[in-house]
Design a protein around this ligand. Structure first.
Ligand SMILES: Cc1ncc(C[n+]2csc(CCOP(=O)(O)OP(=O)(O)O)c2C)c(N)n1
Ligand SMILES: [Mg+2]
Length: 341
């Protein structure tokens, strides 16, 4: 099929192919992480983003380098999309000194002040008030940056969600609240946890615009996030997006997923894969070819492999690192250690 100059949502062919590449990269990166976890190279808890790639890619594509991203523990992809090198993310997973947190944080603690990546948060909903705080600081300092905060459907029943949305709306803070509704919080189905079947009444409760979005359609996410980011940047305040998605794997690496059926999982994987849906659309509109998708996928696989090689060959943190970057007075900690030696 001849390749046209057609665009989708005002995005050029190059931009669309880049989005496809990033989705492929997140998929291959997470698959590689799972493999390394099984080999015992990665310890602790690890939560994968497989199935949810369209959410991160569609939304973070709208951000500028000075904008900020906060997320839950399912954040490897968000960090990569905000500019963190896959090598650095993988090294953090391996607990190596070349990781973004010098190997001291691991899977749930991707962080970079320079890139505007403010975690990786293990406490459900902890990132929501921090996002409001960052957005308040930006507003107070007269900066024009936007804070984008990702969280799960489980976070919306925490008090921190309500406190944050109320203040963000009251003070018209430049923040975008992105609920990745993957329909389960650990083993709890949304239908069994929410008294309402949509987040929209909660947006209305705080006088905040809200939108429900198909999270398996990267273009739909892109367009909704674009509207929300523009509102935030224009001083019109926060938006709450409920992005409907599905995680293809368990909650974490050790989840046998007894709370849902294999048929349900297969149905989503086979008919609602966000990468497959995007490829079909790009092909149908004559924007890109299977050969280009294969090329992107091969590159993504190679980058994920390279990240794992880099992590494997990186040094462990030096023992002295135990006493740096922690919230104690280092001199006290060191003298305490000397006394005990
Ligand atoms: C305040 C708090 N309560 C409970 C937990 C235990 N916990 C870890 S993940 C999780 C489920 C969260 O689900 P959701 O917000 O939907 O995110 P998802 O894992 O689906 O991405 C729970 C209850 C926690 N980490 N923090
Ligand atoms: Mg969830």
């Amino acid at each position: 099929m001849a390749i046209s100059n057609a665009t989708l949502a005002g995005l050029t062919r190059t931009q669309l192919l880049e989005m496809h590449y990033m989705m492929s990269l997140l998929r291959r990166f997470e698959e590689k992480s799972a493999e390394e976890y099984t080999r015992g190279k990665i310890g602790g808890f690890m939560h994968l983003y497989i199935g949810q790639e369209a959410v991160g890619v569609g939304s973070i594509t709208n951000l500028l380098p000075e904008d900020r991203v906060l997320s839950s523990y399912r954040e490897h992809g968000h960090a990569i999309l905000k500019g963190m090198e896959p090598r650095v993310v993988m090294a953090e997973l391996f607990g190596k000194s070349t990781g973004c947190s010098k190997g001291k944080g691991g899977s749930m603690h991707m962080w970079s002040n320079e890139l505007g990546v403010y975690g990786g948060n293990g406490i459900v909903a902890a990132q929501l008030p921090m996002a409001a705080g960052l957005a308040f600081a930006a507003q107070y300092q007269g900066l024009n940056n936007v804070t984008m905060c990702f969280f799960g459907d489980g976070a919306v029943d925490e008090g921190a969600f309500h406190e944050s949305l109320n203040l963000a709306s009251l003070w018209k803070l430049p923040v975008v609240y992105m609920c990745e509704n993957n329909q389960y919080s650990m083993g709890m189905a949304v239908a069994k946890a929410w008294a309402v079947d949509s987040l929209m009444p909660r947006a209305a409760a705080y006088n905040m615009p809200g939108e429900q979005v198909d999270g398996m359609d990267v273009i739909a996410v892109y367009e909704a996030a674009l509207r929300a980011v523009e509102r935030a940047r224009n001083g019109e305040g926060p938006t709450l997006l409920e992005i409907k998605t599905y995680r293809f794997r368990g909650h974490s690496m050790t989840d046998p997923a007894y709370y849902r059926t294999r048929e349900e999982e297969h149905e989503w994987r086979n008919t609602r894969d966000p990468i497959g849906i995007f490829e079909k659309r790009l092909q149908e509109q004559g924007i890109a070819t299977q050969a280009e998708f294969d090329q992107n996928d091969a590159r993504a696989t190679q980058v994920a492999e390279d990240a794992a090689d880099f992590a494997e060959n990186s040094p462990d943190p030096a023992p002295a690192e135990l006493f740096t970057g922690v919230m104690v007075d280092n001199s006290t900690a060191l003298s305490f250690r000397r006394e005990r030696e």
